[in-house]
Each structure stands twice: as structure tokens, then as C-alpha cells.
Design a protein around this ligand. Sequence first.
Ligand code: FAD
Length: 413
Amino acid sequence: MAKQVVVLGAGMVGVSVAWHLLNRGYDVTVVDRVPPGQETSFGNAGIIQREAVRPYAFPRDLATLLRVLPNRSVDIRYRPTSVIRAAHPLLQYWHHSSESKYKKLVPEYAALIMQSLETHDEMITSANAESLIHKEGYLKLFRTQKAFDEECTRAASDNANYGVEYEALDGERVVAMVPSLTVPLAGAIHWKQPWTVTDPGALVEAYAADVKRKGGAIKHSSLTGLKRQGRRWLVETNTDVFSTDQVVMAMGPWSAHWLRQQRIDVPLFAKRGYHMHYANNSNSPLKYWVMDAEVGYLLAPMRSGVRLTTGAELTALDAPTDERQLDAAENVARSLYPLGNRLDASPWKGGRPCMPDMKPVIGPAPDQEGLWLAFGHGHQGFTLGPVTGKLLGQMMDGEPTDVDMQPYRVNRF
Ligand SMILES: Cc1cc2nc3c(=O)[nH]c(=O)nc-3n(C[C@H](O)[C@H](O)[C@H](O)COP(=O)(O)OP(=O)(O)OC[C@H]3O[C@@H](n4cnc5c(N)ncnc54)[C@H](O)[C@@H]3O)c2cc1C
């Protein structure tokens, strides 16, 4: 009889886990309160980031801290009460961002990132989703020579250590590639390998449709309780109760709440991001995804318009929208590229599910047989969903894993 599993969460991570478990012969049910790919995995910048071998560290240099403190910078904002409430994980984040700790965790993070393209590729082919994918990389723009030179040094090292492919472009070559840019630039890094997705939510939907085609069930229900019943698990929702051998917790930023009820305390915190779509106002429409690296926002030519995504706002997951960061990013973006009118009635918001040591949690819940964890992918969950599914499948079947999974275990804190 097929092994039963209920996957909680139908974001990029949950759907990818379901896809891999179906291929392994599991009887899979995915539960989500919204259709697949409608939360964090919907509103991101849509980059499958093969270059992102260095996760986002907490800024520790005095100049950045002084810049961020007045709470007016474009890249990072915070709400003081939320910072106080999340003080413990944020202090741990600071701690893990020290030079020596960070140096150790980069190869662990890179081990996952390096498998991102091939693991998406097999799912894209199986889901017939090629029309959503562009394979021309993306551009990280620099306004000052100093920052550009520093990035060139990091890129050369990442090329040598992790096979990251890039080209350093001077200002003239950037304008030749993106003629509509209206600000003089020191240069740009053209990351060659990343794939860009013109509708990130639609890619998750396509993967979910493939899950259904392979015989998986996707239930549109809200989780209300998770309980042990002997050796089995009872998953209670507002529509059904499922009795199952195994459960995978893949509820992104909402995972910590449910794990606390299993007496598993995880220092998960959210970095809010916003997006807005704009009409194209240029004779030469944006072709490449461009990140204004020193300011801290990104422009992505998506199906629904030019999507501007913001940096991080440290706030509670359910805090009301504060448009000031988006407004500030939009102001700067309008001077970089001729954006047209806003196309959405209100900004989209979502919370990147972040762990203090910047690595996701992938593996078994200790002392809770049959409960598996897959969350906390921070800034790169869209990239890392498929590799997470592959590795978790190997662990659940007791096979040797393609990478050492110790760095991602939940009890590392
Ligand atoms: C502005 C922005 C830009 C980003 N850009 C990129 C990028 O370019 N590349 C990249 O790799 N990553 C990017 N990210 C990060 C990425 O979007 C996330 O890491 C990723 O989407 C997390 O996926 P997930 O499946 O873990 O979570 P989610 O997609 O949030 O899925 C969790 C699911 O759990 C469900 N759920 C919650 N509670 C319940 C309940 N009670 N019952 C049932 N279901 C429930 C939710 O409905 C949701 O569908 C970006 C993030 C933001 C905010």
C-alpha cells in the first residue's frame, strides 16, 4: 500500500515536495487555505537565483546601520514594536551574520542553490511550463564605482568556488542592453545563469496541476489542528479530517505557529516585501530583470506589467500595509526607468520566511515520528522549493542524500 502523506502548504515549497513524493510513489494530499501559489510564492520577483550563493546577512557595518536607523532608507524599514517582539531571532540573526559564522554558512547555503536550475528544469518540463521562463539572466546595477568593484570581487570568488557565471559590464554596455535607463551607472553585473519567471504564481499553479495529473489531491481547506493519534497523525481542517502516516509542514512564514503546538519552537521571523505593477511608458520596453542594488528594489518585466518589488520591512506577518517603503522605491525607480501608471488597486504584500542563520529547515521533526519540516527559505524560497522537495524525498525514504543535510536540521538552534 502506498505511504500516505499530507503536505501542509501549497506554496513553491509545499507543491515541490508533493511533486517529488508523488514521483516516489506516495499517496499525496496537499492542504492549503488558498489555491496553490497565492501567498509569498505569488508576489516575489520571480528569479530562480542560481547566483545567490550568499544569503542576505544582517548588516553589521556602522555606515549601513546609521543609514537604516532613521527608518527612511528604501532597502530596509522596520516597525520598532515588531523589532522588540522579534528581538530574540533578530539577535540570533545578528550573531550568525558575523564574518566567521557567515563564512561557514555560505557553502552550506550554496550547496542548495547550486542545484536550483536542474531541479526546476525537470519540473518545468513535466509541467509544460516553458512559456513562463526566460533564460537570459538578470542585471544587478551599480551607481558607484566602489560598490561595483566590490561586487566584481565577490562575483569572481563565487565563480571560482561555486561556478556562478557572470559578466561585468561598464556603464555604456549597460545602456546598450537596457537603453531606457535614465541614470548614469558605474556598471552592472550580468548574472548569466538565473532564470526569470514572468508570472511566479502561475509557475506554482503549473507545478500543482502536474501534481494533480500525477494523482495527487489538492484540498482547499484551512488547517485547524494537528495531532498525534498512536503512530499516525490527524490533520484537522475546516472541511475534513485526514488520518495519515506522515505530514510535511511547508507553510512558509506560518509554520512556526503550528509547530509551537507540537512543542517545537523555531526562531522564524518574517521580512515583509511589497510589489506593485506599472504600465510600460518606454519606447524600448524593459527586457531584463534589473536590481537597483545600492538603493534596494527590483524591476521585473512580468506578464501583468513592470513589477517593482521592495526590499525588507521588519514587521509582524499580519501587520497592516505601510506604503511608505514602496512609495520611496517608486520615487527612485521613476528616475531610473520611465514607469507608467500604477496598475494594481493596492500593493501586494508577503513575508519572506526567515531563519536567523539564513538557512532553511529541511528534515525530520525530532521525537515526532512522521512529521517532516520544509520551511524558512527566506529570500530564495522560489528558487529552492524543488531542491527541497528532492532532498526531503530522499530523507523520507531513508536514502543517502545528495548533500549533507546536517546544516538544515531544526534542532541546530
Ligand atoms: C518581495 C519579495 C521578492 C522575492 N523574490 C524572490 C525571488 O526572486 N526568488 C526567490 O527565490 N525568492 C524570492 N522571494 C522569497 C520567496 O517568495 C519565498 O521564500 C517563498 O515564496 C516561500 O515559499 P513557501 O512555499 O515556503 O511559502 P508560501 O508561498 O507562503 O506558502 C505557504 C502556504 O501556507 C499556507 N497556509 C498558511 N496557513 C495555513 C492554514 N492555516 N491552513 C492551510 N494553509 C495555510 C498559505 O496559504 C501559503 O499558500 C521573494 C519574497 C518577497 C516577499
